[in-house]
Design a protein around this ligand. Structure first.
Ligand SMILES: [Zn+2]
Length: 91
């Protein structure tokens, strides 16, 4: 049976399948509605935590270093990930 790719990962842009049960779970938001893998969700939480100031840059970098980063990123995510992983703003 062919899987229906009805979602796009907020981090790597990969298309993936979310079952309707996950989609309709409104009380307990599953990472499956945001990203395709648990690893991407870790990156998602880190990038957004950094973005809203709850995770300092150094801590965010440590978390990202411990993650298996995907080969591709959504462009706006790549910008933030690069910023986090770059200690002093030089490229
Ligand atoms: Zn992903």
């Amino acid at each position: 049976m062919a899987k229906e790719y009805n979602a796009v990962c907020s981090i790597c842009g990969q298309r993936y399948h979310v079952c309707n049960t996950c989609k309709s779970m409104k009380t307990q938001k599953s990472w499956r509605t945001v990203t395709d893998t648990a690893e991407c969700y870790k990156i998602y939480m880190t990038v957004y935590g950094y973005g809203n100031g709850t995770i300092p840059k150094e801590k965010a970098r440590n978390i990202l270093n411990g993650c298996a980063l995907p080969k591709t990123f959504q462009p706006h995510i790549r910008t933030i990930v690069n910023e986090i992983r770059n200690p002093d703003g030089n490229t």
